[in-house]
Design a protein around this ligand. Structure first.
Ligand SMILES: [Mg+2]
Length: 406
């Protein structure tokens, strides 16, 4: 039975740029975080991909591969704006069950839509509606399958403008032509683990027992993976989470702009740690400070999806610098991270930080906090968000009075 329809925009950032500027259409373009030869492309148009330029290609190399390459500076606000318009367009055809990342969403097929001809017609309608309501440059690949996992897999099998249907009876043979790394959920580390267990191909993976995969994954995730490969719809608990938040009633000593800002930073770092635990990224930070007189300062900012503490800290710092409640006495602070999506669904190098990955740093923060108590270590709130100076880490302890708010 076909239960899932997965929409994946093709070369999303580059397509938005081509939509915004007709001069860029039909040309090889690379979207970059900064205009420098040392940076890497965070997206490439299909015209550039034909020359081998792809996400992650260093610009100096990309220019050698494709001398006519046009560099375009990323406009994250536009990508988020188009994202909302695309979701709305798809929603006008079929209900969007979940947004998986800035350029991916999944819809549930019910009733007659579970028949192939009807499902294909819906897919064509989705494609046409995006083109007419949002823009002709925004193309997508669509996968239809018995579950969300395989529908996503199907959407990856034909690009651009693909439409691939995986039927229950095609399983598992239809997957055999894929490489292990083509499968969502098999990253570099998992790939190595599979090799160590003697699983070198998707065919071998599909032939493995539930117990064997449980052993490879080290737990229930392996069993879920086994079921996903067989077309069963596996609901993952944490990904249904839509927000992570904390609030804190300030003790008298912290009832100042500085004190309340420091607590906001700490709550943010705690929330970011939970995001990473759940393997989620956030696309929105909302903060609120209530004063002793009952007035409130509120702000919220949309961001490119991330789970990185430093990146979130910089955004929060900018929000705090624009506080308009100066002169009041803060009493309670709250923060929430919203618009969550699974981290494995997000194109990896889409962030502005082009330096070395902060993953090890985030891992270290989490490990120490888990071992020594959750407030052992946090990023100093004095960190200046506007420069890239090495971060300072402050050891501190603030009594724990906050409550979880999700
Ligand atoms: Mg995509």
């Amino acid at each position: 039975m076909l239960r899932s329809l997965f929409v994946d925009l093709n070369s999303y950032f580059a397509s938005v740029e081509q939509q915004l500027d007709p001069m860029l259409r039909g040309r090889p373009i690379a979207v970059v975080p900064v205009m420098a030869d040392t940076t890497c492309a965070i997206a490439a148009s299909y015209e550039a991909k034909r020359f081998g330029v792809t996400t992650g290609t260093i610009i100096a190399d990309a220019k050698r591969m494709c001398p006519d390459l046009v560099l375009v500076q990323a406009q994250h606000g536009a990508y988020i704006d188009y994202h909302h318009r695309i979701v709305e367009a798809v929603e006008s055809v079929i209900h969007v069950k979940a947004v998986k990342s800035i350029d991916e969403m999944v819809c549930e097929l019910t009733g007659s839509a579970q028949q192939e001809a009807r499902a294909r017609a819906i897919a064509e309608d989705v494609r046409a509606t995006i083109a007419t309501k949002v823009g002709e440059c925004l193309r997508c690949s669509i996968g239809i399958a018995p579950n969300d996992y395989l529908a996503k897999t199907a959407s990856d099998m034909q690009k651009p403008n693909g439409l691939v249907v995986i039927h229950q009876e095609d399983l598992p043979q239809v997957l055999h032509k894929l490489e292990l790394r083509d499968l969502n959920g098999i990253g570099k580390k998992m790939h190595q683990r599979l090799y160590r267990k003697g699983i070198f191909s998707v065919e071998q993976l599909c032939a493995s027992t539930k117990e064997a995969l449980r052993d490879v994954w080290g737990g229930i995730e392996g069993e879920r993976f086994w079921m996903s490969l067989r077309g069963e719809q596996v609901e993952r608990g944490p990904t249904t989470k839509t927000t992570v938040g904390h609030s804190h009633v300030l003790e008298p000593a912290l009832r100042s702009i500085e004190g309340s800002s420091a607590v906001l930073h700490r709550l943010l770092q705690k929330a970011a740690m939970r995001l990473r635990q759940y393997e989620l990224a956030t696309a929105n930070i909302a903060v609120s400070v209530r004063s002793t007189s009952g007035s409130r300062w509120k702000a919220d900012v949309n961001i490119t999806p991330t789970q990185d503490t430093m990146q979130l800290t910089q955004v929060l710092q900018r929000m705090i610098e624009a506080r308009t409640d100066i002169g009041t006495i803060p009493m309670k602070v709250s923060i929430s991270l919203n618009h969550l999506s699974p981290i494995d669904a997000i194109p990896v190098p889409m962030f502005e930080n082009t330096g070395p990955s902060r993953q090890p740093l985030n891992d270290a923060l989490d490990k120490l906090n888990k071992k020594y108590g959750k407030n052992t270590l946090y990023v100093g709130s004095a960190h200046d968000g506007r420069n890239s100076a090495p971060m300072r880490i402050a050891f501190t302890h603030i009594p724990d009075l906050e409550t979880d708010e999700d």
